[in-house]
Structures are given as structure tokens and as C-alpha cells.
Design a protein around this ligand. Sequence first.
Ligand code: GDP
Ligand code: MG
Ligand code: ZN
Length: 397
Amino acid sequence: MADKGRKHHRPKHQGSKVRVDLRRNKQSRARQQNLTHDLLSDQENAADVNQTERVTARGDLFRRRTMVGIRVEGDQLLRDVDETTCLRGRVTSFIGLHIIVRCEQTGTEYSCSVRGVLRSLARDARNVVVTGDRVLFRREGDATQGVIERVEPRHGILSRGSQGREHILVANIDQVLIVTSAADPEFRPQLVDRYLVCAEERGILPLICISKSDLIDPTILLPNIRAFGRAGYTVVLASTRTGEGIGRLRELLRGRQTAVSGQSGVGKSSLLNAIDPELGLATADVSDWTHKGTHTTRRARLVPLSLGGWVCDTPGIRQFELWNVSLEEVDGYYIEFRPFISYCRFPNCTHIHEDHCGVKMAVDSGLIPTVRYQSYLRLREDDTWAWKNPARGTAKS
Ligand SMILES: Nc1nc2c(ncn2[C@@H]2O[C@H](COP(=O)(O)OP(=O)(O)O)[C@@H](O)[C@H]2O)c(=O)[nH]1
Ligand SMILES: [Mg+2]
Ligand SMILES: [Zn+2]
């Protein structure tokens, strides 16, 4: 599905005039009925048109039209808008049908809708505007209302697969703070490894925080801390009770865009409150546990730090998956395996049962920490994981 959408939206040539195939309004409306977040402010710009209709082999009806004022950046189509009449802002959250945009200049929050034409330009109707987007918007309606006119190109995307399609949780993230508690809930280094694989695949810098350090004698964690450290990862032992590591985390988060990942109850919100007391995030039981087990899709929320930068601490982020990683390529995301993979005799070596395996030799000689190799084996065996599998249609090109 994602492939198809992209193909049909590929422009025919670059420049200010671009031939684009647009989903027909009717079709996208039908889809939007299930997507409460999609606003139906669908007044298409009928002005810049020159359109024909065309039916694809699959029977989908597309309008083909020449759009004026569209340029191509990366794989996105950008609208030219008059920037002097627009404000710049960041999408911080979604409340019901409204997109909350925080103005970059003033810090004021606006409740926005989306200019209809943006839906047609988006590669995927589900990700027209997402949390973390940098947007140009125009004030319209009362003092705190606006319309999003353009979404700037994204980087640092965290997403998860849903019914075989990409669902973007948050965009424009620099780093992921992976939090696991030393105890209560029990220390789970394999979970950290999974988040590491996801971050590596996305090209987002991972930082590891072992929280609640006050609950244990840290020497018992040394093998794991050493393993992460040797792979080149930053590891911070922290406690909101003793204050250990809080200053360090503050420096790591200052001025950056950070998504916070980790199981419920490991102390993510408490850590963020310790880093920036002005945040006043809800902690413990209430906010997290009441929603556990229910299937309400809670959208990500982005919060500005008083020290500069933004953080995203939401349940959805904790579930981002390896949906775009295939079983065969996961070894490449255990970054300390990389130098040894070239010594494997078989190019498709799984590093499990093969002879002459560079990875296993490195494990035997202590060059790759055993804890990381064991976690690799467990990750490969886990069939609950949503591996990329073209046959099931979860692949993304
Ligand atoms: N012992 C100890 N408990 C903590 C620490 N930080 C948070 N907690 C407790 O852990 C529980 C979960 O914290 P919370 O921040 O809501 O976790 P979140 O679900 O990851 O956001 C709360 O009861 C906190 O009081 C810590 O450093 N040490
Ligand atoms: Mg929390
Ligand atoms: Zn091998």
C-alpha cells in the first residue's frame, strides 16, 4: 500500500510546475472516516488545475493535474507559500480533531486545521501532519486558530507499522533516550537492545539511561554497562531519589529533540521532571496504568524544555517497532558485530549455527560481549516481533 501511494505521487519532472497524480477526494474521504485525526477541511485549491482522470490497473481513480507552485525536496512535495504572511511553528500534539501548533516566535499555541491540498500532496493520507512536524501556518478564525499551509521536510522519524502501513509517531527527532530501570520493574537489557536496533535503523542517536540506581548495588550491572559502552553507546546511571546522573542527562538533552522510550514505570516522567522541574509531567500509576491494555491510540506529545530543546514522552513511543527491519539485516544493527561479519564464510551467515563465523569467533575471544550476542539470538527467535516481511505486506521500500 505504502509503495503504491508513493509511486502515484512521484512527480514527472522537477520545477515549479509538477505533474502529480492525486487520490480522488472521494476516495480519501472514505478512508478518513476511520481516522479521527484527519480533519475534513477539504476545500481543494481548485484554482491551480488542469486535470484529467485516469483509472489504474487496480481500478483506483486518480486525477492527474498540473500543479503550480509545487517543488520537490527529497521525496516530499512542498507547496510554495507566501512565507511573509505565515508563521512558523512546531506541531506539539493532537487534541481531538485539532492540531496544536506552537509558534516558534512567540510560543503561543494555535489550534490548527490542514489546508486541504496538503492531503493530496502527502504520500500517505495517515501521515499528512504528525507530531514534531515543523510547519508554516496562517492565522485564521479567532486569535488562537490557524491553518497549516506547509509541512517542512522531515528527518528523524519514529514510526510503527499498523496493518502493514507506516504510522509516524513523531518526526524531527535527534536522539532517543532509552530508559530501563535497574530494578522495579526488573532490569531488561534485551529490551534496550531492541530499542538500539530501532534507533540504528532510523539513524537516530541512542542514549541509554539506567534509572532507579538507588535500588541496587550498581556493580551487578557492570557487565551490561560495559557491553553498551564498548559498542560506543552513552550510558547514564540515574536516580531521581539521589540525583545521580540528572546533571549529565540535562546536558545530553539540552537544545536537542529527544524521544524518551522505555517500559511503563521505569521512571521516564520522573526523570524528565528532575531534569526540568517546570515540566510537571504526571508520574506513576495514574497516567500510564489507566490506559494499559486499552487500544486507544494515544498520539505523541512534544514538550519544550526550559533549558532548550524538546522531549517526547508518550506511551506510543514505547512501542515503536522493528517494522522496517528484516530478520536478515538485524545483525547489522548490532553495531559492534559489523567489523566481524566480513569474516563469516557465508554471506548470508546468521551467526547461529554456521562454521567459520566471524561473529561467533569474536564472541569466543571476548571481542563481542556475550550479553549482546545472547540478546541477538533471543531477538532472532522472537516470533512476536513484527519483522519486515514482504509476503505479509509490511515492507516499505
Ligand atoms: N526508587 C526509585 N523510584 C523511582 C525513581 N524514579 C521514579 N521512581 C518511581 O517509579 C514510578 C514510576 O515513575 P514514572 O516517572 O511515572 O515512570 P514512567 O511510567 O516511566 O513515566 C513512580 O512511583 C516513581 O515514584 C528513582 O530514581 N528511584
Ligand atoms: Mg510517564
Ligand atoms: Zn557469522
